[in-house]
Design a protein around this ligand. Sequence first.
Ligand SMILES: [Zn+2]
Ligand SMILES: [Zn+2]
Length: 296
Amino acid sequence: MDPGPATEEASEELEQSLARFGRSIDEIDRVLITHPHMDHFGLAGRIVEESSARVFAHTDAVERLSDPIGYFETEQAYFRPFLLSMGMPADTVDTVLELPEPYTTYQDPVAVTDELAAGDVIDVGLDLECVSTPGHVPGSHCFLAASEDVMFTGDHVLSDITPNPLLTLVPGSDDERTRSLPTYLESLRKVLELEGAATEETVGHGGHGDPIQNLRGRVQETITHHQDRKERIANLVAEHEPTTAYRIMKEMFPSLPATEMFPGMSEVIGHLDLLEDENRVVIDETDGVKLYRLSE
Ligand SMILES: [Zn+2]
Ligand SMILES: [Zn+2]
């Protein structure tokens, strides 16, 4: 599951870890991918070359996995005018969108052989149920091993950081962005309601960091974090209205390096989306720039 980025280091680490169990890469039957981010799936293509393993991923991840670079370019084309409309200065937009380019070398395209949808069960010696959890990215899902009180959470729930609800394109579209944070919060609530994943005994295994001893508690904590942040952003809108998402991002994270600005904008726009859904903000457009103010 989630073999890591396409680097020599990750490849060697995987080889050594398998060797500890007397196994090697060419023996791998199946690669399970939690979501289409390079730090999770990047190495999958190389594994398939060596082992002819089958590849399992959510239907909404298939296109992006098969052509990550093409996908990235389509995304860049969409987000250039989008970020301008959110008040980001043109030279900053250029820097922000160009930066990820080196990272594209950490992923090889991979063809999905087995498309997964919510409720599908994979028998890997124990039953893993596919739980669809879009938000961090479309095509994100968790694998629930209910018999073991264990859930593999990808980047949906992590032990000590809150996953970024990254803005991206709606799967299959080149001109519509996701409303990542509202979707993400819905997916968090789904985990709380899910039979077998909602107890305090359930242990989560995320893609980064330590195991999550009380998955239910951590999900609730993450929801609360976003509620608090939403109120903080509503206060910032009140202070500076009418204002842009970019201005609010600069207020929230004054010393953010350009490398972190896309996640920063995703976070702020996500909360503005929530406030919009609750009819708490109004958006006016002046010269193609979106200005947010609180509702009367
Ligand atoms: Zn991720
Ligand atoms: Zn990750």
